[in-house]
Design a protein around this ligand. Structure first.
Ligand code: KE4
Length: 434
C-alpha cells in the first residue's frame, strides 16, 4: 500500500519536490496535489486508450480521463491527427475561422436548447460569462447555486463550491470579498421546498439559477426529476434565467447531455471538457434572444485571445464526430454499469459498507450504505476508508479520482477486460481494508 505523507524517492517524488519550488502545491490545479488522499501525485508521462503511465514507468487504468474530456480514450489516432493537421496550418490567429462556425453549428444541432453559442477556453469562463449574461439580460443581481455544486472559480461562484474547495474542507475561498458573494444564494441540492421558499421570498430579484443537472463535484449525485422540473417552472414564473452547467455532464451522460435525459429546456447551457476532447474548448449558449445581449451585438462584454482556437476546435470536432458513432453511449453506459456492479459485488463479498452509481459514462463510489442524494448525505460517507481504498487501488495500477468528492469517468476504450481487471484488483483491496 503506498504510504501517504512519507518521503518519496521515486521519480514522481523528485518531480513533486521540484515542482513545489516553483508552483504553489506543485500543481496547476489543486485537486491534483493529492491533499485529500495524502501521498505523492503521479506525474503522467504519456497516455493511450484507457491507460496512462507515470514518471516511474508504472501503468494505470485511468478513471479520471482528464476529468471528463478523454471520453474516446487517450491519444485517439483520429484526434491526434486532427490536432497535428490543424497545428501545421498555424496555432492561433485571433481572427475567425471556418472551424469555429462548424463547431457552433454542431453544438446547436446536438443541443437543441442552444440557438446561439460562444466558444471560450475553460468551463470557468463559460459559467462566469453565462452568469454575467443572465445578470445583464435581467438587470438583476441575485444568483442561486447549490451546495456541493462546482462551476469553476469565478469569484461569485466560489461559495461552498463542491470540487477542490470541498476537498480542502474550506467551503468559501479566501480572497473573495464579501461584497462579491452577497448576491449568491446557496441552497441544498435536491431540496424542492427550499427552492420554492427562495423564489417565494425573492423570486423577482433572482437573475438566474445555476445548477449541475447531474452533480459530479460532490461525487456523482443525480438531481431528482422533480427538482429540475420545479426549478424550470419557478424560473419561468419569476423571469429568472435557468443555467444548466453541463461542463461535465454535457456529451458525457448522453449525446444531448442531462437536459435531454431529463427533458428540461434550460435558457443557457455551459459546456466544456468533452467538446474540447482534451484541448481547451468550452462554450456557453442558449436562447438567441439572450445571446444577442453579448458583445459585439449587445452590452454584455466577454472576450478571449484563444477562444475558438483552431487546434483545440479540431480536437473537439473530431471527438464530437466519434461520440456520434452508432451505439457509442449505449456501450459507454454499459461500461460504467459493469464497473459499478463489479465494485459493489466485490465490496459486498468483503462485507464493506459501499455502494456505487452511474449515469452514462460517469460513475460515483460511496463508502456508505446508501447512494447520496445531497451534499450532506455525501459528506456522511466514510472518507478515510475511501482514501485507503484509493491508495490500495493505486498500488494495484488503478487510478481513481484523488478525492472522495469527485465523480469518475470511463472511456470508449475501457473494454470489459479492463473493467474486469479493475474489479479483480478491487476484490484484493477490499479484502485488506480494515
Ligand atoms: P474548468 O474551468 O476547470 O475548465 O471548468 C470548471 C467546471 C465548471 N463546471 C463543472 C460542472 C465542472 O466540473 C468544472 C471543472 N471540474 C473539475 C473536476 N471536478 C475540474 C478538475 C480541476 O479542477 O482540476
Amino acid at each position: 500500500m503506498s504510504t501517504p505523507n512519507l518521503p518519496d524517492h521515486s521519480r514522481n517524488g523528485e518531480l513533486f519536490a521540484r515542482a513545489q519550488k516553483t508552483t504553489p502545491g506543485g500543481v496547476n490545479s489543486p485537486v491534483r496535489a493529492f491533499k485529500s488522499v495524502g501521498g505523492t501525485p503521479r506525474f503522467i508521462t504519456r497516455a493511450e486508450g484507457p491507460y496512462f503511465w507515470d514518471a516511474d514507468g508504472k501503468r494505470y487504468i485511468d478513471y479520471i480521463g482528464s476529468w471528463g474530456p478523454a471520453i474516446v480514450g487517450h491519444a485517439h489516432p483520429e484526434v491526434v491527427k486532427a490536432v497535428q493537421d490543424a497545428a501545421a496550418r498555424g496555432l492561433s490567429f485571433g481572427a475567425p475561422t471556418e472551424g469555429e462556425v462548424l463547431m457552433a453549428e454542431e453544438i446547436c444541432r446536438l443541443v437543441p436548447s442552444i440557438e446561439q453559442v460562444r466558444l471560450v477556453s475553460s468551463g470557468t469562463e463559460a459559467t462566469m460569462s453565462a452568469l454575467r449574461l443572465a445578470r445583464g439580460a435581467t438587470g438583476r443581481d441575485k444568483i442561486v447555486k447549490f451546495e456541493g455544486c462546482y462551476h469553476g472559480h469565478a469569484d461569485s461562484l466560489l461559495v461552498k463550491a463542491g470540487s477542490g474547495l470541498l476537498t480542502f474542507g474550506n467551503p468559501t475561498s479566501a480572497g473573495v470579498p464579501e461584497d462579491f458573494v452577497k448576491h449568491t444564494l446557496v441552497l441544498d441540492y435536491n431540496n424542492v421546498a427550499q427552492l420554492e421558499d427562495a423564489f417565494a421570498s425573492m423570486g423577482d430579484t433572482i437573475a438566474c439559477v445555476i445548477v449541475e443537472p447531474v452533480a459530479g463535484n460532490m461525487n456523482l449525485v443525480k438531481a431528482t426529476a422533480e427538482f429540475l422540473r420545479r426549478m424550470r417552472e419557478l424560473c419561468t414564473k419569476h423571469g429568472a434565467i435557468l443555467i444548466f452547467d453541463e461542463v461535465m455532464s454535457g456529451f458525457r451522460v448522453g449525446l444531448g447531455g442531462a437536459q435531454a435525459l431529463y427533458d428540461i429546456v434550460p435558457d443557457l447551457t455551459a459546456l466544456g471538457k468533452v467538446i474540447g476532447g482534451g484541448m481547451p474548448v468550452a462554450a456557453f449558449g442558449g436562447r438567441a434572444d439572450l445571446m444577442h445581449n453579448m458583445a459585439p451585438v449587445g452590452a454584455v462584454y466577454q472576450a478571449g485571445t484563444l477562444s475558438g482556437n483552431p487546434v483545440a476546435v479540431a480536437a473537439g470536432m473530431t471527438t464530437l464526430k466519434l461520440v456520434q458513432e452508432p451505439g457509442f453511449y449505449t456501450r459507454l453506459a454499459a461500461t460504467s454499469a459493469r464497473l459499478v456492479a463489479g465494485l459493489s459485488g466485490a465490496a459486498k463479498e468483503a462485507d464493506i459498507s459501499f455502494c456505487a452509481d452511474s449515469l452514462g459514462g460517469m460513475f460515483g463510489m460511496y463508502f456508505s450504505d446508501d447512494i447520496p442524494a445531497s451534499y450532506a448525505e455525501m459528506m456522511a460517507a466514510d472518507k478515510s476508508r475511501f482514501n485507503a481504498f484509493f491508495h490500495g487501488m493505486l498500488d494495484e495500477g488503478v487510478y481513481f479520482a484523488p478525492a472522495a468528492f469527485e465523480a469518475g469517468f470511463v472511456s470508449a476504450q475501457h473494454s470489459d477486460a479492463v473493467i474486469d481487471e479493475t474489479i479483480a484488483a478491487a476484490r484484493r483491496v477490499f479484502a485488506k481494508l480494515d
